[in-house]
Ligand binder design. Structure first.
Ligand code: MN
Length: 409
């Protein structure tokens, strides 16, 4: 850790500076984006609303909500725990269902370069629900231009479910670009991602969760950002697939990824007066202090130059803070790209099991991040951690924390 620290010395001040300057940069960037889109040539981002429309009456088609029939309530209830969402309904709706094109107006007219880099999609999972994993993969394959997908690497992090072994291999064998890496022992999300990155052949790594549905034209705008600058880390807008009725729902615009002490990730809308004053459009790129962590594209060489994730981070938690700080302090940028949208099943309880105590693992990871990256600001982290430590640090408390966010503007 001390090596890393020496390498990026003086990072605390840089952090404060970077956050304070982010809005000014956003304006510059908006101007640059308009210029680049005004150029002739390039590929238009139009596209059908999705495949899988053979049966418009199929449950959940077009992302519509589905109701559990009365006589299946018990079954649906008992299967909930298989994924902490409505697994019964997930199995009912087509694995290649269409979803509504939720992109803001103007996205489909945007142009991207013809020579975008290829990407390797990396999807890690432990005991993911069969139909949900398949829907994630189908959405990638059917809504991405084939020439941009180098491969899709599914990293099976030592799942216990039998269907994720030979049955999955057999199913995916019809898609030559899909490769499955069955890890021989539990790596945890962070090290499982690294295992995928190690064998990736694409120029860009695109990390996705295994319970997502990529929307129309989701990939090109992400790769366009990385193509413009290899130090741009591009995140899609994360939309919501309901854990209860599996409907695909859009989210409010102008959301930024932020954190509150002690480094809890959250979303905050850009203040209305800033939106009005700076005339930000719905399609404009949004710079973020931190990313949510699950879904993003990053230049592969840049990712390795950054030293990937701190391999000392365990299982899951804090890795989004670590990569975000590292990116900003090493000349990069974290962006949300509004024309790229991916639905994600948000669950109340993360079923990604922790080999050890979950709270301790996350706290330890965050402390590691604070020690490496926060300099004098780490006292803020420890101060808030101590005050929380007396209570129950449940996910619920962390999500509804009333702590004020650091001021970036
Ligand atoms: Mn997830």
């Amino acid at each position: 850790m001390s090596g890393l620290r020496r390498l990026f010395r003086g990072s605390g001040r840089a952090l404060a500076f970077v956050f304070a300057a982010s809005v000014a940069w956003l304006l510059l960037d908006m101007a640059a984006l308009r210029l680049s889109l005004g150029e002739p040539g390039g590929r238009l981002l139009t596209g059908a609303a999705g495949r899988g429309q053979e049966d418009p009456q199929a449950p959940g088609q077009f992302g519509h909500p589905v109701a559990v029939p009365d006589d299946k309530q018990e079954e649906a209830k008992s299967r909930w725990k298989e994924g902490n969402f409505n697994v019964y309904l997930s199995d009912l709706i087509p694995v290649d269902r269409a979803v509504a094109d939720t992109r803001p107006a103007g996205c489909s007219e945007q142009r991207v370069h013809d020579d975008l880099p290829t990407t390797t999609i990396i999807m890690c999972f432990v005991d993911e629900v069969w139909s949900t994993l398949l829907r994630s993969v189908h959405s990638v394959l059917s809504r991405s231009p084939p020439h941009l997908i180098q491969e899709v690497i599914l990293v099976d992090d030592f799942s216990t479910k039998e269907y994720l072994k030979e049955k999955l291999d057999k199913y995916m064998s019809r898609f030559p670009k899909v490769k499955i890496l069955h890890l021989k022992e539990r790596h945890g999300l962070i090290r499982a991602r690294l295992a995928g990155a190690q064998i990736a052949k694409g120029a860009v790594l695109t990390f996705l969760d295994s319970h997502v549905e990529c929307n129309v034209g989701w990939l090109e705008p992400l790769l366009e950002r990385v193509h413009l600058s290899r130090a741009k880390v591009a995140c899609p807008v994360i939309e919501v697939i309901s854990d209860k009725d599996m409907s695909y729902m859009t989210v409010d615009n102008f959301q930024r990824g932020i954190f509150t002490w002690p480094m809890n990730f959250g979303w905050r809308q850009i203040p209305q007066e800033v939106i009005e004053k700076t005339k930000i459009k719905e399609t404009d790129i949004i710079r973020c202090p931190v990313m949510a962590g699950g879904l993003f594209s990053i230049d592969k060489k840049y990712f390795f130059e950054l030293g990937t994730y701190d391999p000392g981070l365990d299982v899951w938690g804090g890795e989004n803070m670590e990569i975000s700080f590292k990116v900003w302090m090493c000349g990069g940028e974290i962006e949300i790209v509004p024309c790229s949208r991916v639905g994600h099943i948000f669950r109340n309880d993360n079923p990604y099991s922790f080999p050890k105590d979950r709270v301790r693992t996350v706290e330890r990871n965050l402390a590691r991040v604070a020690e490496v990256w926060l300099d004098e600001y780490k006292e803020l982290f420890y101060g808030h951690l101590l005050s929380l430590a007396f209570g129950n640090i449940s996910a619920d408390l962390m999500c509804h924390s009333d702590l004020d966010p650091p001021v970036f503007l």
